[in-house]
Ligand binder design. Structure first.
Ligand code: ADP
Ligand code: GLC
Length: 486
């Protein structure tokens, strides 16, 4: 089966969050299972790198948008000769040769993001129309590529589509005037989906209405979206209307990258039967972040986009209480200026106990996973979440809110079974009580090591979830009409 996986970011070449991780790992797993797969994504400056060498594919052309003609070229990359798939990158320096993927260095989104991703989608359509790409199925991801389902229909191209929604908060809103960039037949098809007096549209909603199958990235988030109208940010009616083609499939992990036994970013490795290396990583982390080097002080880590939904209101609301519990904390993240300021302020108030690094660093992200004792992820909602799953493998015990993918991966420790600490009600007191519970267990070293080993033995490799995607693909091309998932 020949699949085209379309996505706005792909690790390790471009990554702003978990979407990049999934695009870097799921296609690889599917290709290993024998699928002929191509991943297509924009050629940003970070992808180009300093001296990365690409293969010229000879595929090129022009896309007309709003009366202007924009050129494109497609280059290819295979990480090594034996790698099971090839990455295709769409080059257009005007749209993509910029410092950021979605945002400027001050964190503001590029004002022409809609145009940039409309362009990317029209390039994919052009490549298919010209026969340069001949997939049997197109796998769309998030709003950046969700319009492709409608564009194919308008052109009468009968290619099955699956749309994976990684987060319903980000929808790709656009207005009537943006539609001047569309081919008239696409603009008309969009208008036909909406009531006559509508002036605001959204790419994700259009994708939900037009793609063959839809899934999101955990079964619990899928269920929550259907029962809690607020979670889908205005799309609850649409979601309910398509619920028969809507599924939840949990993300997996690439353990070649996220595994303390062979993590390429770590200098000292460890595993569940040889834990000594973890203490060394803790010391390196403490030194690296300028907090006191203390082996016995519990160290709580956090690596996160700094957005409201990740639970920083709870964390910041109890920070003084946490400090009274004699813990250390290390935060790595970028995003909202307010959250950055607030974390900067608490780090300044407790310089030997709290460190905050406000940049993007893959190396430090891995070191935080390896060197922390606990990982804090009290998200208000979480479609899947990858860091808590990575944390398990590093024996870094997650403290999470029971929601979405966090609920599907972390089971509360009851003294015998479980792999983390979970709180139900989203409030400060519940988080504080849960951190206290974690610290009580931490104080009993033997018990804590048992918990660590249990967490490290967890297996969230892609194998199982990739099988679910394969079944969805088969359902789409009519080979498995019985397909049903929760
Ligand atoms: P989301 O996709 O909502 O951001 P996930 O938990 O699925 O949440 O994935 C986040 C990914 O982004 C993880 O791989 C995490 O390590 C990474 N990440 C987030 N912020 C940073 C940062 N400042 N530096 C390095 N990696 C980061
Ligand atoms: C989104 C979600 C996150 C998920 C990731 C990968 O960014 O916020 O929960 O893990 O996508 O699917």
């Amino acid at each position: 089966m020949n699949i085209l996986f379309t996505v706005a970011e792909v690790a390790p070449y471009s990554k702003a969050g978990g979407l990049g991780d999934v695009a870097g790992s799921l296609p690889k797993e599917l290709a290993k299972a024998g699928y002929a797969l191509q991943v297509i994504s924009p050629l940003y400056k970070v992808v180009r790198g300093d001296n990365r060498v690409f293969r010229e594919t000879g595929m090129s052309g022009f896309v007309r948008m709003g009366g202007k003609s924009h050129p494109y070229r497609v280059v290819a990359l295979k990480p090594d000769p034996g790698y099971p798939l090839e990455y295709l990158f769409v080059a257009n320096d005007f749209f993509f040769d910029r410092e950021g993927i979605y945002t400027r260095s001050d964190g503001e989104g590029y004002p022409d993001n809609n145009t940039r991703f409309f362009f990317f989608q029209y390039v994919i359509i052009d490549l298919i129309v010209k026969g340069h790409l001949q997939p049997e199925i197109i796998h769309l991801n998030d709003h950046h590529t969700a319009l492709i389902a409608l564009m194919l229909k308008v052109r009468n191209i009968k290619l099955p589509t699956i749309l994976t929604v990684h987060n319903f908060q980000y929808q790709g809103n656009f207005q009537e005037e943006d539609m001047a960039l569309f081919a008239e037949k696409d603009a008309q098809a969009v208008r036909d989906l909406y009531a006559p007096d509508t002036h605001y549209f959204n790419a994700l909603q259009i994708g939900l209405l037009t793609a063959g199958r839809i899934n999101t990235v955990s079964p619990t988030y899928a269920r929550e979206l259907l029962s809690d109208d607020g979670l889908s940010y205005g799309l609850s009616e649409t979601l309910k209307s398509i619920r028969s083609k809507f599924h939840g499939i949990l993300n997996g992990v690439d353990y070649d990258l996220w595994n303390p036994a062979k993590d390429p970013y770590l200098t000292v490795h460890y595993n569940s039967s040889e834990l000594a290396g973890k203490a060394v990583n803790k010391k390196i982390l403490q030194e690296n972040c300028g907090i006191s080097v203390r082996a016995g002080t519990p160290l709580i880590g956090s690596v996160s986009r700094l957005v409201e939904s990740k639970g920083f209101d709870l964390i910041l609301g109890i920070i003084d209480d946490l400090m009274e519990l004699k813990v250390q904390m290390v935060f790595l993240g970028t995003g909202s200026i307010e959250i950055e300021k607030a974390l900067g302020a608490v780090a300044a108030k407790y310089p030997r106990r709290i460190a905050f690094r406000s940049h993007y660093s893959e190396k430090l992200a891995h070191l935080i996973e390896a060197g922390s004792d606990m990982f804090l992820m009290p998200s208000r909602f979480e479609p899947c979440g990858l860091n808590q799953i990575y944390s398990l493998k590093y024996g870094t015990i997650p403290i999470v809110h029971k929601t979405g993918g966090l609920a599907d991966t972390i089971r509360d420790w009851d003294g015998i079974s479980g792999n983390g600490f979970v709180f139900d009600r989203y409030d400060r007191q519940a988080l504080l009580t849960t951190v206290k519970r974690a610290l009580e267990t931490y104080a009993q070293q033997e018990l804590w090591e048992k918990l660590m080993r249990q967490a490290m033995d967890a297996d969230f490799s892609w194998y199982r979830s990739a099988r679910e995607y394969r079944r969805l693909y088969q359902a789409l091309i009519g080979k498995d009409l019985e397909y049903e998932v929760s």
